[in-house]
Design a protein around this ligand. Sequence first.
Ligand SMILES: Nc1ncnc2c1ncn2[C@@H]1O[C@H](COP(=O)(O)OP(=O)(O)OP(=O)(O)O)[C@@H](O)[C@H]1O
Ligand SMILES: [Mg+2]
Length: 589
Amino acid sequence: MPPERPIGIDLGTTFSAVAWVDEAGRTAMIRNAEGDLLTPSVVLFSDEETAVGKEARTATTVHPDLVAEWVKRDMGQPYYVRPIRGQNVPPEVIQSCILRKLKLDALNALGQCNRVVITVPAYFDEPRRKATADAAELAGLKLLDIVNEPTAAALAFGESLGYLSSDATAKHEMTLFVYDLGGGTFDATLLRLAPGDIRTIATDGDVQLGGHDWDLRLAEFVADRIHKAHGVDPREDAATMNRVLTAVIDAKHTLSVRRRAVVRVDVGGRVIELPVTRDQFQELTADLLERTAFTTRQLLAAAKMRWKDVSRLLLVGGSTRMPMVVNMLRQLSGLEPDHTVNPDEAVARGAALYAAYLMHKEAHGGQHAELTITNVNSHSLGIEGIHPETLRKTNVVLIPRNTPLPAKVTQRFATKAESQRSIVIQIMEGESSLPSECTAIGRTVIRNLPEGLPKNWPVEVTFEYGANGRLTVRAMVPGTGQSAVLDLERAVNKSRHETTPAAPHKTAAVSPAAAMAAAARADEFKSMVHEALEGLSSVDLEEMKSAADTIWAENVDAEASPPPPDGGDAASVLDAPADRGRKKSERAK
Ligand SMILES: Nc1ncnc2c1ncn2[C@@H]1O[C@H](COP(=O)(O)OP(=O)(O)OP(=O)(O)O)[C@@H](O)[C@H]1O
Ligand SMILES: [Mg+2]
């Protein structure tokens, strides 16, 4: 029986791609049903059906109100930016429709498709990562893990240079700077690549900056020109503005190879032609490019490195094809940007390599692993405390950003009042000292403290952040026997994956029965989404998740969801005065 073949999915803002590791151990891209390597990350909720990809993308100019796109930008938010068919839809539901299509395409190509690795920008925070894991669950995919896009790109690069092969020992260690400018996000990451070993040094980025912003700038410019010259403002009609947007994307791509392009757009039945030059485009978007340059410089400074310490500057993401990006990086670094790996495919290929590695590790019980991947946390993790002098709420960081994972930190706090009976531990993610500027990602409460406990009684808080993205927070009040533990985890690497018996292997040849069964389940899922959008039922994420659990029963093992966070009106902990505060930090082994 052939081994189970996992796939790697690059779930992009504009395009998604799928890869696997073939029988020869090399990565290969999987074409979708339309025969393309890239699937537009667009979903059409028409009267009849829910369509994903090219078909949905074509509909954007006709039915913009029925189409959801750039959904990745809204991950972590309760709802997609605008209602669809009058319904507020959680972004993960839309993303799951995309993942469904990718799964079906992989199934058609490989005859089986079960376990996946999905990539996310390194700069994604916890709620966005969790939403991605939820989307996979909704789509009936078994998530092996979520991996950072630059790590995946570095893996693909490592593969192309032979760093992952068995005779890689002769290769030198090198430092990579991955500049990843996609359609919706920007990531800058420094990594160390050694044979069978990828180590993230530091990462920074912007989850609201990508090629789409370049498109919007050009679209505004074109709309303005049309308005001035012809007295019609395309911005007043969504369908016309979508045609402008489609036309400027074509022009943008042309400007990557030519100095001049013509934007052709149908406005009210009249085709208007507007020339644009590369210089104009560059001028219009100079501040966007500068934002990436700023982050690039900042990252290098954060890692206390200089360009001379960087061996290769890797370009990832379709937007790095813009000459302005290459020129800026050349100037900034003095290095020649590296195009060794295809910027559209690197992330999916790397995800496939990581998936294959995880399956190998699972099969061999962690023995004989040929690959070590060390990540850092992209955002600081801490708790909300009260400043002892100002008495203002403050975000006390326990694990600063760019700490190699796994990491374990213990810090001592103190109660803020006499006879305090309970303590809230509010867990925060973010860099600011103001809790309002950070994201609350969980909370736990210590209750039933003994009466008469003096003010400033010590409270020990320990953060343990595993390499698998699981954060465990332990808080205890010495001498009282009271403590609390909170396990914050994404839906990945749950113990259920470790205890689930391996699924029966299917044949590697395309199995029509499997494809048909999956298609039927996909239809069931689509009609569920469709019904919700028709207003027949409300779009409730938890409800949909449990319905999806039933639909994909053979793929998703039922597991009770964790109880909601403990409520209560308990008092916050008080940050300890400096002389009593104690912070232990260690690399957990
Ligand atoms: N030749 C080109 N010139 C300029 N831009 C291009 C070119 N080819 C692709 N792009 C742009 O690259 C972007 C898509 O890149 P990519 O597929 O890497 O992004 P993504 O993975 O969908 O997004 P993200 O990684 O941000 O989630 C789009 O904005 C597209 O217009
Ligand atoms: Mg991408």
